[in-house]
Design a protein around this ligand. Sequence first.
Ligand code: CTP
Length: 398
Amino acid sequence: MLADKRILLIIGGGIAAYKSLELIRLLRKAGAAVTPVLTKAGAEFVTPLSVSALAGEKVYTQLFDLTDEAEMGHIQLSRLADLLVVAPATADLMAKMAQGRADDLASTLLLATDTPVLVAPAMNVRMWQHPATQRNIKALQGDGVRFIGPDEGEMACGEYGPGRMAEPAAILDAIQRALTAGPLVGKHVLVTSGPTHEPIDPVRYIANRSSGAQGTAIAAALRDLGARVTFVTGPATVPPPQGVQVVRVETARAMLAAVEAALPADAAVMAAAVADWRVAEESQSKIKKVAGAALPVLSFAENPDILKTVAQSLTHRPRLVVGFAAETDDVLAHAQAKLARKGCDWIVANDVSPETGIMGGAENAVTLISAAGSEAWPRLPKDEVARRLAQRIAAALG
Ligand code: CTP
C-alpha cells in the first residue's frame, strides 16, 4: 500500500510517543520506509535505540551533528521524504511551526521542507483548547498542514476531553490518504451535520430525529478525495469521521457562529437538520410541575438560517453552496422553492416520510436539484450517496 514511500516521522515530547513506535511498525508493515527524527523532549519518552530498531534506520536527533551533516544535510533529509509526519505533535512544536521557528532539528526540517506535512497533536485538553493553540492550528491549516485527531477521551494526566493522540491505525489511514492525490487536495470544505438541541430549561430541550449519518458520510467522502474538511456537528448519534476538523455545537445559534468562524471555504454542504425555532426565553432553572397550576406555555423565536446566511454572504460565500431539503410531501416542488429562497447552488432533496425509513436509516433516495434541472438518484446506501455527491463537488470545483 505504501511501497516506495518514505515517511519522515518526527516524534515530539509527549507521553503518546510510545504510540509512535506502533506507528513505525504499521508503516513498515504497509511497505513504507521510515526516517525517524526524535526531538530532545521526545527522547525523554522513547529511546533512540527502540525507534531506530523498529524503523530499521538511523534515528536523527541533533541539528548540528557533523556526522549526519556529512552523510546527509538536514535540508535533503526532509526533501527525500514523500510526507513529513509529526506524531505526537506537542503544543510547543505546533507553536514553533506556526511561527516558522527553527531552533532544533525537527523545527528546522519542518521549515526547510516543501513536502506535505501531517500532524497528530497530543496534549492536555486545556492546552488544546487554549486560544493560542487554536490560533496556531488555524495558521497551520492555512499553510496547508493536515491534521489527524486529536481524539477525545481519558488522558494520561487524568483529565477528560480532546487531546489524546489519534490511534496509530488512524494515523496510518491519514498517511495513506495524504499520499493519494485526490481531486480536492488543497480545497477546504465545510460540512454541517446532525440535529440541533434548543434548550427549554437546563434539563429539557427540543430536538429532531436526525442521526447525522448522511452528513458524516459526506464529510468522510470529501476527506477521501483530499479535501480539508471542517465538520460542524450538532449532538448526532453517529460518531464524527476521523481525519476532519470536528467542531461540536448544540444550538442553531452556536452552529452559525462555528460556521462563520470556519469560513472561508471553497464549498459548504449544509446537511444539518437545524431547528427552525428555539424557545424564546430559556428558563434558567428547571421548570417545576406545580399541582393545580396552569400548564407551561412555550413561545418560540426564529433561529438564524445558516444556509441562507452563508449562501447570501457578500464577503464569504463559498464558490459552491449545497443545501438539503428533508420533506414529507411535494418533495420536488418544495425543494425547488427552497433552492431559490435560500440562494444556494444545489439542493439535495429527500423524502423523510416515516415509511421511507430514511431518517436514522442506512439508505437514502435523493434528488439533486440545481439551476440546470433535477436528477433523481436511485435508493443507495448513505455512504454511496456521499461518494457520488463528493465526486460532483470535486467536478464543480474543478
Ligand atoms: N438550514 C439551516 N439553518 C436553518 C434551517 C435550515 O442552515 N435554521 C439548512 C439545512 O441544513 C438544510 C436546508 O437549510 O440544508 C433546508 O432546511 P429545512 O429545515 O428543510 O428548510 P426550511 O427553510 O426550514 O424550510 P421548511 O421548514 O419549510 O421545510
